[in-house]
Design a protein around this ligand. Structure first.
Ligand code: NAD
Ligand code: MG
Length: 386
């Protein structure tokens, strides 16, 4: 039976790769919903090719263009704040791929869980912002979450068939990003162009900047904490510049299991869509002789202070990670626009933590509030820097 898939963030890096996998296996998958933020021309082209039931554009001013292009084809169109949420819960959807950026992933994820849809989770920010809350929702839902983030897919694969009680720790690998070998002084002067030059992965701009600050790795530690219900002291990260080992699990008998492969997101995406079935022809094979050497380094919190925010967020709990995520979204956008320096990103995040009220047991409305307040506070700090 064809699985009907809603691709939220279809014009992005994960979204387009997801559509490639869907197009290559029409006997298994159909894209029933496509949703994008602002690239309306790309979205129209995707809809003409994939013939979804529904296409959504977040930016309301672009809606008429979408509607006029797709109406003659009988493809429904939508926009507005409720559209993603409705799409995630629609009847003609079995699995939701959450591949939008940042906080925008939270609402549709909650809607998908309420409707019992399976989720291929790319949007890690959802678990960062509200992981413990999401887990409570999952406890009374038939939704299954399949990780798309390569590290979490690797851990998921390593945990298969294992007794969770025998896990000593998760070892998340990190490429180290473009500034791995840069001095503190050079990092302070880094431009957006420098930071966008990721050594191993081609991804959207926001996650590429997060990789450069290593906040992405902090986020992945938090994501792992909730996805695998693992205590924070059992989650570590190690820099592995070759990005061949995608992550590892160490067991109590001393064994370490690792998942290796070329850096190619199509593998974890296909593994998530296929619900852990391994299909052929998904990614290139990995020639270990060509790779030759696998090396490991300690992450450097001195040069990459954002990395240390994982521990801080998990210890403090509550709405802390929601503040960090919101402030980071504002700071990254300002950095990409050339308005602040690279190190300002960390300063803005930590100032926002100080200035936004702590809430120990946030409910949904608290996340909405915290996100809005932290964004406003971070924007004010950006203004004051300028
Ligand atoms: P991207 O910037 O390339 O694409 C983002 C997509 O989301 C675009 O289609 C954009 O139009 C859409 N979008 C943004 N805001 C929206 C909104 N409000 N409503 C509807 N659509 C919206 O980003 P990406 O690199 O594909 O990353 C997507 C998510 O996947 C992020 O959470 C990221 O952390 C995660 N992720 C990405 C990679 C990767 O290799 N790119 C790896 C692991 C995890
Ligand atoms: Mg990752």
């Amino acid at each position: 039976m064809q699985k009907k898939i809603a691709v939220l963030g279809s014009t992005g890096s994960i979204g387009t790769q997801t559509l490639d996998i869907i197009a290559a296996a029409p006997e298994r998958y159909r894209a029933s919903v496509l949703a994008a933020g602002s690239r309306v021309d790309d979205l129209i082209a995707q809809a003409i090719r994939h013939r979804p039931d529904l296409a959504i554009i977040a930016r309301e001013d672009l809606y008429p263009q979408l509607r006029d292009a797709l109406m003659p084809l009988g493809i429904a169109t939508a926009t507005g704040p409720d559209a993603l949420r409705q799409a995630a819960a629609a009847d003609n959807v079995d699995t939701v791929v959450t591949a939008t950026v940042g906080y925008s992933g939270l609402e549709p994820t909650i809607a998908a869980i309420a409707a019992g849809k399976d989720i291929a989770l790319a949007n890690k920010e959802t678990m960062v912002v509200a992981g413990s809350y999401i887990n409570r929702l999952l406890a009374s839902s038939r939704t299954r979450i399949y990780p798309v983030d390569s590290e979490h897919s690797a851990i998921y694969q390593c945990l298969k068939g294992e007794d969770p009680a025998k896990v000593r720790r998760l070892i998340i690998t990190a490429s180290g990003g473009p500034f791995r070998t840069w001095s503190k002084g050079a990092i302070a002067r880094a431009t957006a162009t420098d930071a966008l030059r990721h050594p191993n992965w081609s991804m959207g701009a926001k996650i590429t900047i997060d990789s450069a600050t290593m906040l992405n790795k902090a986020f992945e530690i938090i994501e792992a904490r909730w996805l695998f219900d693992m205590q924070p002291d059992k989650i570590s990260a190690i820099v592995h510049p070759q990005s061949i080992i995608h992550s590892m699990v160490e067991f109590t008998d001393g064994a370490i299991k690792a998942q290796l492969g070329v850096p190619d997101m199509r593998l974890p995406i296909a593994y998530a869509l296929g619900e852990s079935v391994r299909y052929e022809g998904v990614s290139d094979f990995c020639d270990l002789l060509e790779v030759g050497t696998l090396t490991f380094e300690q992450p450097d919190e001195e040069r990459f202070p954002c990395f240390g925010l994982a521990k801080y967020c998990l210890n403090r709990g509550g709405n802390t990670a929601c503040v960090v995520n919101a402030a980071n979204e504002i700071a990254v956008a300002a950095f990409l626009n050339g308005r602040i320096t690279f190190n300002d990103i960390y300063t803005i995040i930590t100032s926002a933590i100080e200035r936004v009220d702590f809430i120990a047991n946030p409910d949904y409305n608290d996340f909405v509030q915290t996100n809005a307040i932290a964004r406003r506070v971070a924007s004010e700090i950006v203004e004051s820097i300028n």
